[in-house]
Ligand binder design. Structure first.
Ligand SMILES: [Zn+2]
Length: 338
């Protein structure tokens, strides 16, 4: 009997302690709805009906996988409460009209349904014909047909549109949205962003201290989980480590960087100058069968657990990748301070 009583007292003591430990804001957490950010990694092979560098996997026409992605995001917008979609760049193979026409058609599936923004990859700009096995070089300069197919004027009408670095071009842009009472801002930067672009991005972020900021840029880190120190190509600008030093680490409201370019998956969580955690997340499936055959990411922001739950899903195959580098949670405080 005495033994039983002791257990009872210990058990009661624990439950009292647990109740006291729950912070007051957590009591209401059940009421908060989660929302989702959809992420499209490199789609270059899906658009490559011209050079057909994708023919090693078949006939060189993989465009249906791009459409599988955007249709799935559109059709699951309500179920997952998808608030926004980002494209991590290398939208097309080599900056050609034929390729951009495919990208435009595939992305337009989202128009009026899911807001989105895109960043430019090394394949999206500066194509110069030559006799090499790729039919030319890429990123020899910053000319791109992106602005013809995704013009600033079209996107400036959208309520999520914030602004651009250049008043006539859409290459560097910022967007914003609100979800479950929180304000988010995405700053989308060109591949190997120039110093003046980073100066602009610093200003945009500093002007929005109430927003939670995601930096979207194509080439930032390698699959080994390290920020890129040196990036090739003729264009001049900053690699991942320089972007960290000159922009990302400086702002307490930047909590995530999303990038593609390097085949594979990686996460690097670093501490910014203000002690804030910054999750830098790479996903790129272009090396997989059929240039990725529609593998994409979606990130469920769950304020009840203060976690971002990252899923890697293939709508064409209706399959998940569940290895630890593909399915993981990121700690991110959402309730506190709201
Ligand atoms: Zn790339």
């Amino acid at each position: 009997m005495r033994y039983f009583l002791l257990i009872l007292v210990v058990a009661m003591g624990q439950s009292v302690l647990t109740a006291e430990k729950i912070p007051s804001d957590a009591q209401n957490r059940k009421k908060v709805k989660s929302f989702t950010l959809a992420v499209l990694p490199d789609t270059q092979f899906y658009c490559d009906t011209r050079l057909k560098l994708s023919k090693k996997w078949g006939n060189g026409d993989l465009r249906r996988f791009f459409f599988e992605q955007t249709r799935w995001v559109r059709d699951n917008q309500k179920r997952l409460n998808i608030a926004f979609l980002v494209h991590e760049g290398d939208i097309v193979q080599a900056d050609a009209h034929e390729e951009w026409a495919i990208a435009k058609k595939a992305m337009s599936v989202l128009d009026g349904k899911v807001p989105y923004c895109m960043c430019l990859g090394n394949h999206d700009m500066g194509f110069k014909k030559s006799d090499n096995k790729y039919g030319g070089d890429i990123a020899v300069n910053r000319t791109t047909l992106f602005n013809k197919y995704f013009p600033r004027e079209k996107f400036a009408k959208r309520k999520e549109f914030g602004g651009t670095f250049n008043p006539d071009r859409h290459d560097n842009s910022w967007y914003h949205f609100e979800a479950t009472g929180m304000k988010f801002l995405i700053v989308s930067l060109e591949c190997k962003p120039r110093n003046e672009v980073l100066v602009w991005a610093n200003k945009v972020v500093a002007k929005h201290p109430e927003h939670r900021v995601i930096v979207l840029t194509h080439a930032y880190m390698s699959a080994n989980g390290r920020r890129i120190d040196k990036l090739g190509y003729k264009i001049k600008g900053n690699a991942g480590e320089e972007m960290w030093q000159k922009l990302v680490s400086k702002h307490k409201n930047i909590f995530m960087v999303l990038c593609g370019h390097s085949s594979g998956e990686a996460v690097l969580t670093s501490k910014g100058d203000h002690g804030n955690q910054v999750h830098q997340v790479l996903s790129d499936y272009q090396h997989l069968n059929n240039g990725g055959e529609s593998w994409l990411r979606y990130m469920v922001f769950d304020p009840n657990e203060n976690k971002i739950k990252v899923y890697t899903y293939n709508p064409a195959l209706d399959k998940f990748r569940n290895n630890p580098s593909s399915r993981f949670d990121l700690e991110y405080p959402m309730i506190k301070g709201e």
